[in-house]
Design a protein around this ligand. Structure first.
Ligand code: NAD
Length: 283
């Protein structure tokens, strides 16, 4: 049995946030610019309220301005579009994030695509998605960017490795696959219609699970030595678990992320990185 390294996303994210705070200080002292992040929350989804609170707190801790807007569940599409437009025009706001999911009566795609792509720090705008897919400099969605950082920190060069990404959502699976392709991985995207998922996963040097099914991926599916990144956040009997059965991977995977404390903390750290990038301009 080989030991499985636990990939400590919490510690990595703390180091990254400290580095961002240092670079924010430099930007303030050298250019007089304080990065500003606007977060818009519509309605009262309890999980979203927690995310938005944490985003605001960590934004301020990094020395940036946080602008938080809590709009009622009854907000109309036109009202939300007007809010986005006012933030697009506000020079103090460098990054705009509209918290998802939005209430059912609002067309989320139209709202995201109304954000100025240069302020789209979530990287969900169709222009940023298209730029990522075509290898152009863009804002990269935060959770996928966090997965990539953890993989590079664990493995170094990813070139030539076979990555199996389970899940094909626009916010996680697809951008993760694009990023790994950019790193010269051989990428397989598996999804709900994939046949023989364990057989597909067994070919992987890297497994990224973004499914939303508690502990679905088993250690017995893995090739020995695979690195496992678990994006899933599922609440089971009041406890948070990932999409990977963490215990069953011990001794088979060479490294794996825990839930909580793996990918989760990377998301806000990458949001701050993107906001700093928006304030300094895309290179
Ligand atoms: P989603 O529901 O939009 O997509 C899930 C994907 O899994 C789909 O593409 C679907 O085809 C695939 N899938 C479903 N059942 C499957 C099966 N039996 N076998 C193989 N594939 C299957 O979800 P999402 O938004 O991509 O999120 C995925 C998970 O990641 C969720 O648990 C979510 O909470 C979590 N998440 C975590 C973070 C974070 O910050 N760590 C951020 C976003 C999402």
């Amino acid at each position: 049995m080989t030991d499985t390294k636990i990939i400590d996303g919490k510690a990595f994210a703390e180091r990254l946030r400290a580095d961002i705070a240092r670079r924010v200080e430099l930007l303030k002292s050298q250019k007089g610019i304080t990065p500003g992040l606007a977060v818009v929350l519509v309605g009262n989804d309890p999980a979203s309220e927690v995310y938005v609170r944490n985003k605001g707190k960590q934004t301020r801790e990094a020395g940036m301005n946080s602008y938080e807007f809590k709009l009622p569940e009854t907000t109309s599409q036109a009202e939300l579009l007007a809010k986005v437009e006012s933030l697009n025009l506000n020079p103090d706001v460098h990054g705009i994030l509209v918290q998802l999911p939005l209430p059912k009566h609002i067309d989320g795609e139209a709202i995201i695509n109304a954000i100025n792509p240069a302020k789209d720090v979530d990287g969900f705008h169709v222009i940023n998605a298209g730029k990522l897919a075509t290898g152009q400099e863009s804002f990269v969605p935060c959770t996928p960017l966090g997965c990539l950082m953890l993989l590079k920190d664990t493995l170094g060069d990813l070139s030539g490795l076979h990555a199996v990404v389970i899940g094909r959502s626009n916010i996680v699976g697809k951008p993760v696959a694009q990023l790994l392709l950019r790193e010269n991985c051989t990428v397989t995207i598996a999804h709900s219609k994939t046949k023989d998922l364990p057989g597909v996963v067994r070919q992987a040097d890297i497994v990224v699970a973004a499914v939303g099914k508690p502990e679905m991926v088993k250690g017995s599916w893995l090739k020995k030595g695979a690195v496992v990144i678990d994006v899933g956040i599922n609440r089971v009997n009041g406890k948070l678990v990932g999409d990977v059965d963490f215990e069953s991977c011990q001794g088979i995977a060479s490294a794996s992320t825990p839930v909580p404390g793996g990918v989760g903390p990377m998301t806000i750290a990458c949001l701050l990185e993107n906001t700093l990038k928006a304030a300094t301009g895309l290179s």
